[in-house]
Write a protein that binds this ligand. Sequence first.
Ligand code: UDP
Ligand code: MG
Length: 331
Amino acid sequence: MPKVYFVIPCYNEEEVLPETIKRLNTKLLSLIECGKANEESRMIFVDDGSKDKTWNIISAYSEENKFVGGVKLAHNRGHQNALLSGLMTAKEENCDCVISLDADLQDDIDVIDQFIDKYRQGCEVVYGVRNSRKKDTFFKRTTAQGYYKFMKMLGVDIVYNHADYRLMGSKALDALSEYKEVNLFLRGIVPLIGYRTDYVYYERHERFAGESKYPLKKMIKFAVDGITSFSVKPLKIISNIGIFICGLSVIGFIYALVSLITGSSVAGWASTICSIWFLGGLQMMCIGIVGTYVGKIYNEVKQRPRFRIEKKIIRNNDENNDDFFDNHDIE
Ligand code: UDP
Ligand code: MG
């Protein structure tokens, strides 16, 4: 029987957390009961520097229930880093496999059984893939689909409609720990690991409570990170545009020369100004893109730690586990 860990990053999730813990606890107990997970399995809630009572809730539940573990990060480091810290904690605890999921119960926890079945059939990575995006807003749906297509065009191998709901076996976790990059985009890294993989399809629900912790600004940053961390094609596109414009300017030069020879007056102020503006803008854009990469190199060479764990709670099996959920309320 595998030792299964759940890893759940949480940022200001006080509204939804008690329900999440309750439901995941029920799930874990049922997995243990039907022999899909062993008694040493745990849920690890990573508090990503929340400003609300998230950590209080995690530590209070963990006192009463040995299956609830917690990791408290010293800062808000973002979803990807929080997730990584949880995955690395699970790895240190020598779990057999780990399932990562969001705190807001958007991922359908009933497919966890299928994740584990596939793991037991020999898969090291199992991706949770959404059946449809019907429940998303029009904006999120179209931008997400456009993004996947764009990534594909750039030659980045990511799984369509898969967020971070996935199972990873211990071998895959070991491999992941060897990727030292600071600009984390796990969806791009995991497919690079290899091993046998499979997919599980599920329906994504609405957020159970609270608001999205991914406002547009964060989402754009995430999307840009995904592209610039995995593809240098934008740099190539710049050089191609440059070559194209050089070609155009040769034609312009020939035209000017011909007009000079035939004696007709050459174009005036407007065209000169237009080209100055156009080229100026283009150059700035190109420098900007190059700068993005340089900035990334700068961040990578610093090799700063990607997260810092302030506290950790993981309880042993010999401690008792009372019927906590029947008779306890967290303030
Ligand atoms: N999250 C996090 N740190 C952050 C932002 C989000 O750990 O800085 C967690 C959040 O608590 C949730 C998951 O990442 O468990 C996904 O966030 P959310 O559900 O808000 O994103 P959405 O589903 O709206 O894209
Ligand atoms: Mg969500």
